[in-house]
Design a protein around this ligand. Structure first.
Ligand SMILES: *Cc1c(COP(=O)(O)O)cnc(C)c1O
Length: 462
């Protein structure tokens, strides 16, 4: 199995190389050179299997020779062992033919655990085999950082440093980053905002001497291995509702387009998905684009669904690559135009995108109303991101085809917004109830490249 870049000129890599590299050298994103197919019979045989078995069968063809069958199976088993629900990704019914896929039973209560827990195991195995160590540095507005720390805590070949904006993440998010006690975990509270954290991270990647000295690596959402891990729950939920014998649709709260792109891969593999519905908050660049108005950056406006407050949706490049017939030159040209504000999508590519994706946008008031409505109607307390998905999924569903909305976070991760919308304070699950009592460990640090690099050099384990 080979991986190629969406911009067409970077070297082809194996699965393990693409995973350790993240971004391609030509600035593109890695995608599989061909998409493995699953037959009707192979999909039907997934029904009733444990989540880990479905995960193994769906992902195995993408891994190639990078891991042996046994090593890959072991990594999958370890990745999901710590989840708080035996089904890993349970389905609940909300309405006639509308279902909620709960993706928040992992250790940090958001869907990012599905991918991050697995790549933690795969990084650990691959680096041990190579006799290498890396330093993972990430910038976060909350969910990604906590998921990365949970995934890499105690993995010997890795140090993980997470930069978050001091005073600007929720208390649950902060405690999830500052309470793990392993020596290889380093939470850094930067005196600045999220954009400052991201800018310093970029500076570090551009400082080649530093990059090589510490073995800098990234695990942001463009990493192909993260997309792949998310393909699995499209299969597990669709077969539970009758696929491949009948079609299903999905509604996905979307920011960086990683989660919904995983649904597209499932569709390309042969899963009978009718519609993939993109649900955005007021930061609606994807909805505008899919409605035919081009892809043009605006100002990011903070919302009560902060994990979707994004203007440039990095994984959308992968969708464009296929919509333009895998023409890397055309994609490189669009990304060049994006630097000066945006681009128009060609008519042919727009047709391809609109045949696969539908979209909707939800305002702040509509999000709060949806949280209250679904609590009253079903007893289900939704986080703001999930409420956006449910609202768009309900509006755009075909009554004859089951709609599955992805619930991307637990309501207890966003307690203030949920309480304001519903009057109910969402409690943490019992297995995490002591989060507020655990000791915190964090370094407050200036928004300064030199200070950050010195800290990382001195504190990583040798
Ligand atoms: C990251 C995140 C999203 C957006 O997912 P993308 O893959 O970036 O589209 C939605 N909801 C929650 C809770 C998240 O943490």
């Amino acid at each position: 199995m080979e991986y190629i870049s969406t911009r067409g000129t970077a070297p082809k890599l194996t699965f393990a190389e693409a995973m350790l590299t993240g971004l391609a050298r030509d600035g593109g994103l890695y995608v599989p050179a061909t998409i493995p197919q699953m037959s009707h019979a192979e999909i039907a045989a997934l029904a009733g299997q444990p989540y880990e078995e479905v995960a193994y069968r769906v992902m195995r063809p993408f891994i190639g020779d990078s891991f042996t069958d046994d090593a890959f199976r072991g990594a999958v088993e370890r990745a999901y062992a710590g989840f708080g629900h035996a089904a890993r990704a349970p389905l609940k019914q909300l309405n006639e033919n509308h279902f909620l896929l709960e993706l928040f039973h992992g250790p940090t209560l958001a869907f990012k655990d599905f991918a991050m827990q697995l790549i933690g195991q795969l990084f650990g195995d691959e680096l041990t085999r190579r006799g290498q160590r890396v330093t993972i540095v990430g910038a976060t507005s909350g969910d990604t950082g906590s998921a990365a720390i949970e995934a890499f805590r105690g993995i010997e070949a890795v140090d993980v440093f997470i930069l978050y904006p001091h005073g600007r993440v929720s208390e649950v998010q902060r405690r999830q980053m500052t309470t793990p006690s392993e020596d290889n975990v380093h939470a850094l509270a930067v005196d600045g905002d999220f954009d400052d954290c991201q800018a310093r991270l970029k500076d570090m990647f551009n400082d080649f001497a530093f990059r090589d000295a510490v073995g800098l690596a990234g695990v942001n959402s463009i990493n192909w291995a993260r997309v792949l891990a998310q393909v699995v729950y499209y299969f597990s939920s669709a077969v539970a509702l009758g696929a491949p014998h009948r079609k299903v649709s999905f509604a996905v709260p979307t920011g960086n387009f990683g989660d919904i792109f995983a649904g597209y891969i499932a569709r390309r593999m042969g899963l009978p998905i009718d519609r993939l519905v993109v649900a955005t908050n007021q930061n609606d660049i994807l909805h505008r684009c899919l409605s035919g108005h081009g892809y043009h950056k605006g100002e990011t406006i903070p919302s009560i669904s902060p994990s979707m407050d994004i203007q440039v949706s990095s994984n959308f490049e992968r969708a464009l690559f296929d919509a333009y017939g895998r023409d890397g030159g055309a994609v490189a040209q669009l990304m060049e135009e994006l630097k000066s504000g945006g681009f128009e999508v060609s008519q042919g590519a727009m047709q391809v995108l609109q045949d696969i994706y539908a979209s909707g946008r939800v305002s702040e008031d509509e999000t709060k109303t949806a949280i209250g409505h679904w609590l009253t109607a079903t007893g289900e307390l939704l986080c703001p991101h999930s409420a956006i998905g449910v609202r768009v999924g309900e509006a755009l569903r075909n009554p004859d085809i089951p709609m599955i909305t992805l619930a991307t976070a637990h309501p207890a991760k966003f307690p203030a917004a949920v309480e304001e919308a519903s009057g109910v304070h969402p409690p943490l699950p019992p297995r995490m109830a002591d989060l507020y009592d655990r000791p915190e460990r964090v370094t407050r640090i200036a928004n300064d490249l030199g200070a950050l690099e010195t800290h990382i050099r001195e504190h990583r384990l040798k």
